[in-house]
Design a protein around this ligand. Structure first.
Ligand code: SF4
Ligand code: SF4
Length: 141
């Protein structure tokens, strides 16, 4: 009985174990594996990150009418879907230029709003990507 009373009083005057989310942001662990970041200048367009990504969250999609500069980059443009990403870090492990061309930050992705049509835009990009490689295969055969 006395012990229960003691615990009740102790809990009443101690700091709460929970945080006032979303008013107080959740503290991040130093080792937190967050968003993938990319540097176009350092990328050599080997596409190893795209191939290594389990859910297909990285896509190098063709850019229409690439400029001379972009042709040097195989006319491809890096795209990353943070909502598909499982934050495994496989892309960075596969990259020949980790921490330069590709790295994993400890940043968090904002929650997407319905109006942002994240999936629709990504599906359109995937279609473009598939069509591009299909045309490439057909031109070789
Ligand atoms: S962290 Fe994993 S899921 Fe995210 S882009 Fe890299 S390989 Fe893909
Ligand atoms: S693996 Fe690295 S260098 Fe290769 S395409 Fe991806 S980001 Fe660029």
């Amino acid at each position: 009985m006395l012990r229960s009373l003691y615990l009740a009083l102790k809990n009443l005057f101690s700091k709460p174990q929970t945080i006032d989310y979303p008013l107080t942001p959740i503290p991040k662990d130093k080792e937190y594996r967050g968003l993938i970041e990319y540097s176009e200048e350092d990328c050599i367009y080997c596409l190893k990150c795209e191939k290594a990504c389990p859910p297909g969250a990285i896509l190098f999609a063709p850019t229409p009418n690439p400029s001379e500069n972009e042709k040097n980059k195989k006319g491809l443009e890096y795209n990353y879907n943070p909502y598909l990403c499982i934050y495994c870090g496989e892309c960075v492990r596969a990259c020949p230029k980790p921490e330069e061309a590709l790295w994993q930050s400890n940043k968090k992705q904002e929650v997407a709003l319905k109006e942002q049509e994240v999936n629709e835009k990504w599906f359109a990009l995937e279609k473009k990507h598939q069509a591009f490689y299909q045309a490439k295969r057909e031109s070789k055969s």
